[in-house]
Design a protein around this ligand. Sequence first.
Ligand code: ATP
Length: 271
Amino acid sequence: PSALREVLVQIPDIKWDDVGGLEDVKQELKEAVEWPLKHPETFQRLGIRPPKGTLLYGIPGTGKTLLAKAVASESEANFISVKGPELLSKWVGESEKGVREVFRKAKQASPTVIFFDEIDAIASARSGNDTDSGVTKRVVNQLLTEMDGLEELEDVAIIAATNRPDILDTGLMRPGRFDRHIEVGEPDEEARKSIFKVHTKNMPLADDVDLKKLAKNTEGYVGADIEAVCREAAMLALRDDLEASEIPYKYFKDAIDKVKPGNTQLKDEQL
Ligand code: ATP
């Protein structure tokens, strides 16, 4: 298949309000990505260089992908998402070409946000075996070349995400590359309440459902877990009554017992 067709340009429809909590992270992304994409002339006028690359790091399921989509959408930019492992598997023997293609497509479709998810898969400093590190080294070099070659006014912002910032190639972190590092942390109680609010927005909640209480009872749960709890609560309600038209608190309680924190991904894979 043509390489061009392999790179998919999306237009996500995710708003800042769809991301619960993480107010500081949203603000940083607005400044680092949204402002430069929407008002490049302002940066030029003030003689400052917008950051080229932003690294989002933190444990799985905390909303890194969601944030990247939201900032693209709110910046009225196109979105190209590339998973690190995919870059190696989908483009076997031509991973560098894949990287070139991503940037070519991004410039063509600009303004664009390029999102490299699981960047550690291609850009980890120490790699398991030699053949592997040969490929990944070439891919990283290609990525650096593309980033260095990006002109300021080309309207392309780059975001990468990882759960393992500690193993990333240091070359990637130099100034002019991924020089903004933003931690996307585990949500506190207030943030969990906001995330519950996002995911129950379209659910017919019974009067006894108290989001504050849900937040209190879900210590250790990340956004992905909370989404799973809400889905599970609705499914449990349906299981009891296919005609159910509202969801009482007890189903949320059962759902919390069922969905253990941090296991969402595992559960999804098992389905
Ligand atoms: P991974 O490291 O596994 O890629 P991630 O940090 O990129 O995880 P997402 O893929 O963004 O996490 O989150 C998975 C899903 O969990 C989202 O699609 C969303 O439904 C929900 N979610 C996660 N965090 C939040 C949040 N802060 N607000 C609302 N929903 C969230």
